[in-house]
Structure formats: C-alpha cells, structure tokens
Design a protein around this ligand. Structure first.
Ligand SMILES: C[S@@+](CC[C@H](N)C(=O)[O-])C[C@H]1O[C@@H](n2cnc3c(N)ncnc32)[C@H](O)[C@@H]1O
Length: 278
C-alpha cells in the first residue's frame, strides 16, 4: 500500500486499541516495543527489558530535567512516563489512536510525574505544535508503520519532527529495519496493519532529505532478537488465562502475531538512530 491512507489509519488504531489490554496482560507492561536483552540467558522480565530500551533511547538523547521531549507515536504512554519519572524531563506525547491517548492519560494520572506529561491525539505527519518548540524527540517503533512516501509517510513525519525541534535538538529513532537485500520483509507481519519497513540506509537518506544531520546509527538487533521468544514463552504460560479473559479469537490472533514476530526477529535488523535538527 502506497500511503497510510484513512482506512489504513483506522485499521492500525483499531489494532492497537483492540490488542492493548490483552498484550498488557500477557507482557506485564503497557510498553509496545521490543525488549533489550544481554543474551539468551538474560533473566530480565519483558517489562524490565522494554524499559531498558526506553532508558537506552533516553541516554542516547542525553535527556535531562530541563528538556521538553516530543514522543511521537507514544502508544499507551509507558515510554513517556518512564522518561519523565527517571530524567525529570517534560513530555508532550502524541498518537494517531484516540484509544492509546486515553490509555496514556490513565497511566500518567497514577504518577507524580503525570503533571509533566500531556497527551494529544494527532498524526505524526501533521503535528499540532509550533515550530522549534522541543529539545528532544522520540519515535519508538513508529516509523515502521509509516509508508515510504513524501505525503503522510516517513518523510512527512520526519519533516514534522525536524520542524518541531529546536535547532540542534535531537531525534531518536528506535525501530526494526529491513536487511539491505530483503525479499519484501513487510509481509512477514501480515497480522499487523500498516507495516512498512525500510533499510537503515533509506532511513538515513530520508532524515537527511528533511535537514537532519545523522549523528549515529547503532544496530542493536543482537539485543532485541530475543523479544519474540520471550513473548511466546509468556503466552504459552498464560494461554488459558488469556483465553478466559479475552476470548478464543484474541488468543488465536496473538498466537499468529507472535509466530510472525518470531520469523521477523530472525531476519530483521533493529537500530537506534540519533539525528540532529539543523
Ligand atoms: C508499536 S506501537 C509503539 C508505541 C510506543 N512508542 C511504545 O513504544 O510503547 C506504534 C504506535 O504508533 C502509533 N502510530 C501509527 N501510525 C501513526 C501515525 N501516523 N501518527 C502517530 N502515531 C501513529 C500507533 O497508534 C501505536 O500506538
């Protein structure tokens, strides 16, 4: 599909809204991204490993208490909350799904850092903020949902991030990438709507095209590749419980998705990209 058009947008919002509760129950966290593991024997829980990935992004951004962070595609707010709590920064968080924005608000309401986080229902390609208003920006597993188009796609989202960041402000892109020669890896995750993977070179090209200076690209796939098998193990342990709470259809779809993610984990890269706004 060329554009993340209206039906695709609705499909992805529905997908996250419908799956959010079951996934949170399965994984023990509201984070919706890969975990960072030291290796196959790492005893970290899924929640610990996903929080580690968020901390890594925060460290690579040099995030601190004076900063205002724009979290683009914030999901249910776990990364925003963790970064606000642990670094003292303020966060403006946006997501294209109204359900995720509501979930984020509920999560933040229970925290002392909650008054430093605001949630907005908005599309990454059309951010409702004035230019040059943020010190840092984060896109954690969001670009992989955006097609490679100038309008409504990755380039439009990167251009919006560049517009909203102050000069010299930093963007962290944390995401799956296609290997340089890939046989259409997007089809690996047919259960997830709107998956559009790019190579790391293409991401760098798109960032440069909208004025970012790419400072660092690090492949962390040797740390994230255990995520799918950890999710699968958690799923097998709690299958009956999940079926009772969420129904057989949800459980069938989770099983399908976890199988597809495991396949993807074996062949895809996973990178952190740090880019400076000009
Ligand atoms: C894999 S989840 C990651 C959520 C969050 N960053 C996290 O790590 O927990 C992807 C998120 O991107 C959001 N998203 C997808 N397309 C978007 C768009 N065009 N604009 C804003 N958010 C979008 C989805 O609604 C979803 O919440």
């Amino acid at each position: 599909m060329e554009h993340q058009d209206e039906p695709e947008r609705r499909a992805i919002a529905r997908y996250y809204e419908r799956g959010a509760e079951a996934f949170a129950a399965l994984r023990g966290t509201r984070a919706m991204h890969a975990g960072y593991y030291t290796g196959a024997e790492d005893p970290a829980t899924i929640a610990e490993s996903t929080d580690r990935l968020v901390r890594l992004a925060g460290q690579r951004l040099g995030l601190g208490s004076g900063h205002h962070l724009l979290d683009i595609g914030c999901g249910a707010g776990q990364p925003a909350l963790l970064l606000a709590e642990e670094t003292g920064c303020s966060v403006t968080a946006v997501d294209a799904s109204a359900g995720m924005v509501a979930a984020g608000r509920r999560l933040a309401a229970g925290s002392a850092a909650g008054d430093r986080i605001s949630f907005h229902h908005a599309d990454a390609a059309q951010l409702p903020f004035p230019g040059r208003s943020f010190d840092r920006a984060l896109m954690l597993e969001v670009a992989s949902h955006l097609p490679d188009t100038a309008r409504d796609g990755k380039q439009a989202a990167f251009a919006e991030a560049a517009r909203c960041l102050k000069r010299g402000g930093l963007l962290a892109l944390v995401d799956m990438v296609e290997p340089p020669v890939a046989p259409g890896a997007g089809t690996l995750m047919g259960e997830v709507p709107s998956v559009h993977l790019s190579t790391r070179n293409r991401l760098e090209e798109l960032l440069a095209a909208v004025g970012f200076d790419v400072l660092d690209v690090t492949d962390i796939s040797e740390h994230t590749r255990y995520s799918a098998q950890r999710n699968r193990a958690a799923f097998e342990n709690r299958r009956q419980e999940l079926a009772a709470a969420f129904g057989a259809d949800t459980v069938r779809r989770i099983a399908l998705l976890l199988g597809q993610l495991a396949e993807a984990d074996a062949s895809l890269g996973y990178v952190t990209v740090i880019a400076r706004a000009g």
